[in-house]
Design a protein around this ligand. Structure first.
Ligand code: NAD
Length: 292
């Protein structure tokens, strides 16, 4: 049993912390928002009122936060209070530069560290079926793996510090680009008189097959569990896809990598998020494309 401090008790962090507690770890959570703290306490979690003394004696600190700046700030405060050999895990989706800077801070303090962003959304966080993409040393991964396994089903060690974030933003760049491609195909088929169902039956069993089509299908009908059948309520919100695409393009710029379709997807989802897409599932981009 580990003594775990969990920072960021939002839509993802709260159920993830609850699953660690269910696995018999001693978990104390904290969130800047009083509302998030109250919701976590109502869900049966032990919640601290502030960060004062919170990190003393912690074996593991896990962060699940909105931005790289927030992660770096929390890690900077936590690290001096923790014992050498303790483990820091960041599961947020953040920029690769911040992630690697956070690893450097931990290494300088003599602590182990992992970036371990997730795929699987709030449903996966609640069910404990998330996929974790971890970056860090073999030693850090060996210590962190059993903890991640209490919150997820598939844990992949992607290599050194920051490589989990790299895997996450590359995966979501594929998803963003492919959702636009699938949506354009449905719009084109519709304007040429081909039914949604007919295109789905062909493409889902042909070379156009992909996750955006077969799981998150952007038109109502062919995939009953898709958000398109419930008025495009998320699911995976447009603004989160826009954020992940922005992170992918910042990383592409920083590394000199050419990603023209990623850049186009960032532009489309960014403009959609700013023009009615916020709070809607990202597959609703199909209707936005018709307005361009
Ligand atoms: P959320 O906004 O619901 O939760 C984030 C929480 O962090 C909030 O409660 C906020 O008050 C808290 N917070 C912010 N700064 C803080 C600080 N300095 N100290 C303590 N608490 C602080 O967001 P979420 O949906 O839980 O997402 C968290 C992370 O997971 C993000 O990086 C997101 O991109 C990623 N993610 C989300 C999903 C999803 O489907 N929601 C899926 C995969 C990854």
């Amino acid at each position: 049993m580990a003594h775990i401090v969990f920072i960021g008790l939002g839509n993802m962090g709260r159920p993830m912390a609850a699953n660690l507690q269910k696995a018999n770890h001693s978990v104390t959570g904290f969130d800047l928002s009083a509302e998030a703290r109250a919701a976590a306490a109502a869900a049966g979690l032990k919640v601290a009122a502030s960060e004062d003394g919170l990190f003393d004696g912690a074996d593991v600190v896990i962060t699940m936060l909105p931005s790289g700046a927030a992660v770096r700030a929390v890690w900077s405060r936590a690290l001096p209070q923790m014992a050498p050999g303790a483990l820091m895990i960041d599961s947020s989706t953040i920029d690769v530069t911040s992630s690697r800077a956070a690893h450097d801070l931990a290494a300088a303090a003599g602590l182990l560290s992992l970036d371990a962003p997730v795929s699987g959304g709030t449903e996966g966080a609640t069910a404990g079926t998330l996929t974790f993409m971890a970056g860090g040393t073999d030693e850090a991964f060996a210590v962190g793996q059993p903890l991640l396994a209490a919150m997820g089903r598939r844990i992949v060690h992607c290599g050194g510090p920051g490589n989990g974030e790299v895997a996450k933003i590359c995966n979501n760049m594929i998803l963003g680009v492919s959702m636009i491609a699938v949506s354009e195909a449905f719009n084109l088929a519709e304007s040429l008189g081909l039914s949604h169902q007919a295109l789905f039956e062909v493409a889902s069993t042909s070379s156009g097959q992909c996750y955006a089509l077969t799981t998150h299908c952007p038109v109502p009908g062919p995939v009953p569990t898709a958000s398109a059948n419930r008025g495009y309520t998320p699911g995976f919100a447009t603004e989160l896809m826009a954020k992940d695409l922005r992170l992918s393009q910042e990383a592409a710029d920083a590394s000199g990598s050419r990603t023209p379709l990623g850049a186009a997807a960032e532009d489309i989802f960014g403009r959609y998020a700013a023009n009615g897409g916020r709070g809607r599932d990202y597959s609703a981009v199909i209707s936005y494309l018709k307005t361009l």
